[in-house]
Write a protein that binds this ligand. Structure first.
Ligand SMILES: [Cu+2]
Length: 262
């Protein structure tokens, strides 16, 4: 169970990382779609909980959606944008998800490895986010076949604020026990028209990153305290450990949307 995860990447992150966590976003305001059409996606590498520093993304390696097991290539819709965070601007991307039929659309991004100079490592956050049309569930709990990924155990597009969210962490299809999971909230939601961070709805938490640990089945649970976009990341859970002669942290990221019950 003591994968290299704890041996190197996670320990290094615990000691050297800034108080808050960087998260790859695949952002769109509303995962619940009523009508057919193109859903805009913003791909941003950012510190969204502290509304902090944004990082320059390279051209993504892959971007696709799964619908009822069919793979929809989204790379043709990618175009570069500049994202303006509270502190700085950074290279980011936008894309579109064509939604036609009722059901679940699992979107998966494999970004280019990002070089983090302060740690002399590459970071690649393989990111999943979920859309649904018509309220018809068709496989949100199926793995997407990524090198590392979270498989949700609660429907990810409409979690009730005040309930819990659980997911299983996989690496090459196998559960990852004992993994450190960083938990993040988008405090300032990106504006879809201006590609700028909006006003922050909450301040940064005292005590640094929120963390949970996966159990023997690779499962973690977190109580979702408020509505909005919540992200979960496992650092170094992927099988690739090296890129261009340097350490690679190949991470899994999942985003969910929580709503108030009103
Ligand atoms: Cu960071």
């Amino acid at each position: 169970m003591m994968k290299r995860l704890f041996a190197s990447a996670a320990l290094a992150a615990l000691t050297a990382a800034p108080a808050f966590a960087h998260f790859q976003l695949v952002y769109s305001p509303d995962p619940n779609i009523e009508r057919p059409g193109d859903v805009p996606l913003k791909l941003i590498f950012w510190h969204p909980m502290e509304n902090g520093h944004a990082m320059d993304m390279g051209a993504p390696e892959d971007l696709f959606a799964l619908f009822k097991g069919d793979r929809i290539d989204l790379t043709g819709s990618l175009s570069p944008i500049t994202f303006a965070g509270a502190d700085n601007t950074a290279a980011a991307y936008q894309a579109t998800l064509p939604v036609k039929r009722n059901g679940d659309y699992i979107v998966a991004l494999t970004p280019a490895p990002y070089y983090e100079g302060s740690e002399d490592i590459y970071i690649q956050q393989i990111t999943k986010v979920f859309f649904n049309k018509g309220g018809v569930p068709t496989g949100w709990n199926e793995p997407a076949g990524l090198p590392t990924e979270f498989v949700p155990l609660n429907k990810p597009n409409n979690v009730i604020a005040g309930s819990t969210f659980s997911a299983q962490l996989l690496s090459e299809g196998e559960p990852v026990p004992g993994a450190e999971i960083e938990i993040e909230y988008i405090a300032a939601e990106p504006d879809m028209d201006t590609n700028a961070a909006g006003a922050a709805s909450v301040g940064a938490m005292p005590g640094g990153a929120l963390v949970a640990i996966t159990d023997e089945n690779g499962v973690f649970t977190f109580g979702i305290p408020r509505a909005g976009h919540w992200g979960f990341a496992a650092l170094g859970s992927g099988p690739e450990t090296e890129h261009q002669g340097k350490e690679l942290s190949q991470d899994a990221v999942i985003w969910i949307k929580a709503y108030d019950l009103e």
